[in-house]
Design a binder for this molecule. Structure first.
Ligand code: COA
Length: 180
């Protein structure tokens, strides 16, 4: 299990009772199938892009190390899931590489601005590089999604492209990418 605290992850193999829970902000775990309903609820609450249960299960089956949840006091409050793709670098055009594509990330309103999204993104990017061999991470974000754009900029993502009419309601997306 990974505990995110003071901007570092500490790997702990013993059980939770061994920790000082009072000092923990949140913990990061790999998604398990039993988490599916909770994650789907958070997605419905936070984002207009929603998916079938098959979609979640398929991403989990293929890329379990980049499907993460964050728990506060044992309750999931945020998640993120990715797809590992072969394709061209978004940053250095025409270089064929393995990319980590962030498909969805959300944190419940009640638990925002405590570093959860930063924590799960950093951990998923580490896993994407170390376990799947990805050398770049990218995502699409609504051009109006100020808070998410700020989050990605803070993690050194750069705005590489604008996809016109990317979303079903017609809004444009920025494609943002970072080298891992
Ligand atoms: N306003 C301005 N900056 C914000 C922000 C906001 N409302 N929320 C996050 N940020 C920026 C800040 O720079 C913040 O650092 P700081 O708190 O030290 O200032 C940084 O992002 C990290 O924030 P963090 O606490 O890690 O993010 P979070 O756990 O609150 O989650 C989102 C951020 C975007 C995932 C969350 O707001 C969310 O779930 N939104 C709805 C779903 C969504 O838009 N997902 C992204 C789709 S591309």
């Amino acid at each position: 299990m990974l505990v995110y605290q003071n901007d570092v992850f500490k790997f702990q193999s013993s059980n939770l009772k061994a920790f000082n829970l009072a000092e923990q902000k949140f913990t990061i775990h790999e998604f398990k199938l039993q988490d599916l309903n909770r994650v789907m609820d958070i997605n419905l609450e936070c984002l207009p892009e929603n998916y079938s249960s098959y979609f979640y299960k398929n991403l989990h089956r293929k890329y379990p190390k980049t499907f993460l949840v964050a728990k506060v006091n044992g309750q999931i409050q945020g998640y993120m899931m990715c797809r590992i793709e072969r394709g061209f670098s978004k940053i250095r055009k025409f270089s064929p590489i393995k990319l980590c594509h962030v498909v969805s990330i959300a944190v419940r309103k009640s638990h925002r601005r405590m570093g959860i999204a930063t924590g799960i993104l950093k951990q998923a990017m580490t896993n994407a590089a170390d376990i799947y061999g990805a050398t770049e991470c990218y995502l699409e974000v609504r051009i109006s999604n100020f808070s998410a754009i700020k989050l990605y900029e803070k993690l050194d993502f750069e705005n590489v492209k604008r996809n016109r009419g990317y979303y079903l309601d017609g809004e444009d997306a920025f494609v943002m990418a970072v080298t891992l």
